[in-house]
Design a protein around this ligand. Structure first.
Ligand code: TXA
Ligand code: MG
Length: 310
């Protein structure tokens, strides 16, 4: 994608003035602000109506810059070399002298960090002297935004500026891994656990329904399109949309598919935009056909399951 430098300059100016700006990433769009500024970070919580006890991910250009704020270990470096920039978020220990705003850490001594791959946001990060705190750019507990139009739909004029970056290429949030001790995945995401295990040559701990919630993205009701979703549905009700992973031979106007031939990568990319489209087309509910529980299918099922708790 061609980078528009004037747009980046505009985003940069607003961020320096401690305003929030929506930024494109390869996973989903983020609602960004200066992670070193309390004033700027408070604006994110207000705009998103996000509970103050839910900490934010901080986005860095590279691990050299991160050194100021966090301690890292060998497992982190192995995964960083292999997958960054990319769809993985690390939970690390904060350094005592770090200037990261206490607003976004919920006063804990850990920090979630990520190195986004999207070229527009990388260029922006190169041009500023602070990292960017950014949750997904959607209203709290709703479906994430994968385009600038989605962000506009959710926030209208309340977001001062949306940096254009086209449609997010992965379409699912990053995989969150606590790497401080025994590696533990806290949220399934755009990077499969099996490839992380291969890289570390270690078994990764992942509990789908932890009794203690450590990442509120694990709250049961989340990623909701705002209408009920029925999983593994066999029959379709009146006014209901039918969502399938693969295009069907018989196609009716209330049928929606996530990929032409069942590709899970394509399905992931289209999941959130299709859920938003179904809601816009005024269907009363969504019946979802079975999604294979392998690879990215596991993340898709995780999101659908949480969305179905509406
Ligand atoms: O792909 C992504 O990760 C996107 C893009 C914009 O980077 N961001 C994203 O942020 O999904 P958000 O805020 O929607 O989800 C971040 C999750 C939340 O569930 C939060 O509770 C968890 O990360 N989290 C943040 N800091 C944490 C920490 N120190 N320990 C455990 N979980 C943390
Ligand atoms: Mg989110």
């Amino acid at each position: 994608m061609k980078i528009n430098l004037a747009n980046i300059k505009k985003a940069q100016k607003l961020l320096i003035k401690r305003e929030c700006v929506a930024i494109p990433t390869e996973t989903v769009y983020g609602l960004a602000a200066n992670a070193y500024s309390d004033i700027a970070c408070k604006k994110i919580y207000k705009l998103k109506k996000r509970p103050r006890n839910n900490p934010l991910i901080v986005h860095y250009l590279n691990n050299q810059i991160l050194k100021k704020d966090c301690n890292f270990n060998n497992d982190f470096l192995k995964l960083y070399k292999k997958f960054c920039p990319g769809p993985i978020t690390f939970i690390l220990n904060l350094k005592k002298k770090s200037k990261i705003s206490k607003i976004i850490t919920n006063k804990k001594n850990t920090l979630a960090v990520r190195f986004p791959r999207h070229p527009v946001t990388r260029k922006l990060l190169k041009n500023i002297s602070f990292p960017l705190a950014a949750p997904s750019a959607n209203l709290s507990s709703k479906v994430s935004a994968v385009s600038s139009a989605d962000v506009r739909d959710d926030f209208g004029k309340r977001v001062k500026y949306i940096l254009e970056g086209g449609k997010s290429s992965i379409g699912l949030e990053s995989t969150i891994i606590d790497i401080r001790n025994k590696p533990k995945v806290l949220r399934l995401g755009g990077l499969e656990i099996s490839v992380i295990e291969k890289t570390l040559n270690k078994k990764i701990i992942f509990k789908n329904n932890p009794s203690k919630i450590s990442a509120p993205g694990q709250f049961k009701i989340h990623y909701s399109p705002g209408i009920p979703i029925r999983l593994n549905a066999k029959k379709i009700k009146k006014d209901e949309a039918y969502l399938s992973i693969k295009k069907l031979k018989k196609n009716k106007s209330n049928f929606y598919f996530l990929s032409k031939n069942g590709s899970l990568k394509e399905a992931a990319k289209n999941l959130y935009s299709t859920l938003r489209k179904i809601k816009k087309n005024k269907h009363k509910s969504i019946a979802v056909n079975k999604v294979p529980n392998i690879g990215l299918g596991k993340t898709i099922n995780d999101r659908l399951k949480r969305a179905s708790k509406f």
